[in-house]
Write a new protein. Structure first.
Lengths: 236, 251
């Protein structure tokens, strides 16, 4: 069964909050489209399609959190590493849009909220960490693997807390027995485990790609060029 | 990648995809903004959905099976009356929260109607047509392009995974149950690379044959929606709005 996961269904969030998140997602996606267009060349176009297909396949694994809430792998960190933050956010959004239209997975009116959590928040957190870690860590496969792992874990955690925030702002029902803190804790706990699983998959995939076709890893592009001399000097 | 498409020849199948997407999204929005106290409106929507499904000859059993996607939310809906705060009422001898009761009904009714509307769209429109429809609705080309390749590459990924599994088994690997995951996990990077290289060849072959980012069906005018198509599809959201209006005024 392909179950609904972090995907929010119609009617879980109230109208105003769904609408606000819809507008936020639309504006942010428009910006990603304008930035992503510059990135998308003949090499990145098939890569973006494959990353989206990979994320689509990986999101079918689900883990229960609470009645009505389950978590799954997101793939935002891997997308940010392989195709960059702009196209990466678009890839995850496309996955969510197609799931909503073709598989009825995730409500159409909650699409804005879903995109905000998984495509925007997750990918943004992942890319900030990637940009930071790739500068700090040694430029070895291990360093890249650690970057992929850490950024995946935090991206998944951020996305899960994004849902908690949305539920606090516009959940259609107040829960008595579960306080917001408890929900946040439960979501964080499960998503820590999911993040570790996702981190391992992302690390293995990205390291393999970087070993054989380093030209395909977007995150490595900007780093190699500015200081090739020092990088070689250290290696020598 | 076939999605949930059901091969039929009905007026609903023949409608251009862009009007169906617009009708589905607007009808879903009307359902979701309906106040949850307007109970009669949801009965009206259910009748409307049944009529649309009948026009598209989408079997009820098929819809019921596919809407299992919703099960986690049904559990949330059933749990809410017992978990929610606020005024308590007694129903069938059980102390439950009035807010939770409405909340559970709200999620159940709106979630189910939304899933059914999406399923009818997916059952009457091929995935290729859906992307053409999004393109004609002025969805940015970069998004439709990623979506096109995603749907195409899903079968490339599946095919490569199958070939790699056969390769493992033919070399004496015989995993059972959970241990199958190990072979897959160690090969996931290789799977990605193999699928990429095959996908890249597919892409370059398309470029060599004149592909410039849009599928021919999207820019050919044939099959695009006319005014009559839009009017036909508009009956769905208009009917939904009429039901909502009537229920709010009478209720």
């Amino acid at each position: 069964m392909e179950a609904v996961a972090l995907h929010i269904s119609n009617g879980v969030l109230n109208g105003p909050v769904s609408a606000i998140y819809g507008v936020i997602a639309l504006v942010a996606l428009a910006y990603c489209v304008s930035r992503g267009r510059r990135d998308l060349d003949d090499r990145l176009a098939p890569m973006a399609g494959l990353v989206a297909a990979f994320i689509f396949a990986v999101q079918m694994l689900n883990f229960p959190v609470l009645p009505g809430v389950s978590g799954h792998l997101l793939g935002g960190a891997m997308a940010a590493l392989l195709v960059g933050p702009w196209v990466g956010a678009l890839c995850v959004s496309v996955v969510l849009i197609v799931q909503a239209l073709v598989f009825a997975d995730g409500g159409v009116t909650a699409l804005g909220a879903n995109v905000a959590n998984m495509a925007l928040l997750g990918t943004a957190v992942a890319y900030l960490l990637i940009a930071l870690l790739l500068r700090v860590l040694p430029r070895t496969p291990t360093g890249l693997g650690i970057t992929a792992f850490v950024s995946s874990v935090f991206a998944v955690l951020a996305a899960s807390q994004g849902f908690v925030l949305q539920y606090a702002l516009g959940g259609t029902t107040d829960l008595e027995h579960y306080s917001l803190g408890a929900i946040a804790g439960l979501m964080a706990g499960t998503h820590l485990l999911i993040g570790i699983g996702e981190g391992l998959i992302a690390a293995v995939t990205v390291v393999t790609v970087a070993r054989t076709r380093p030209d395909l890893v977007y995150a490595l592009r900007g780093l190699k060029r500015p200081q090739p001399a020092t990088a070689q000097g250290v290696a020598a | 990648m076939k999605g949930l498409y059901l091969e039929r020849d009905t007026p609903l199948h023949r409608l251009p995809p862009e009007v169906k997407i617009a009708a589905m999204v607007s009808a879903t929005v009307i359902v979701v903004v309906t106040p949850r106290e307007a109970l009669w409106a949801f009965a009206g929507y259910a009748v409307l959905v049944a009529v649309i499904a009948a026009i598209g000859r989408v079997p009820a059993g098929w819809l019921a099976k596919r809407s299992l996607v919703e099960v986690p939310f049904v559990l949330l809906a059933l749990a809410l009356p017992f978990l929610a705060a606020g005024e308590q009422v007694t129903v069938l001898g059980l102390e439950v929260s009035r807010d939770g009761l409405y909340g559970g009904f709200n999620i159940l009714a709106k979630g189910t109607l939304g899933v059914l509307l999406s399923l009818i769209l997916a059952a009457t429109t091929t995935t290729r047509d859906l992307i053409v429809g999004l393109d004609r609705l002025r969805c940015p080309q970069i998004l439709t392009q990623i979506a096109t390749f995603m749907l195409r590459y899903l079968s490339v990924l599946g095919g490569e995974a199958r070939r790699m599994r056969i390769a493992r088994i033919s070399r004496g690997d015989d995993p059972r149950f959970l241990w199958q995951v190990r072979g897959f996990a160690t090969g996931v990077g290789a799977l990605f690379l193999r699928a990429f290289e095959r996908g890249e060849r597919v892409y370059l072959a398309m470029v060599a044959r004149g592909y410039e980012g849009r599928m021919p069906a999207a820019w050919l005018a044939a099959g695009a929606a006319t005014r009559n198509h839009w009017l036909a599809a508009a009956t769905v959201p208009v009917a939904a709005a009429a039901i909502a209006g009537t229920a709010v005024i009478l209720g």
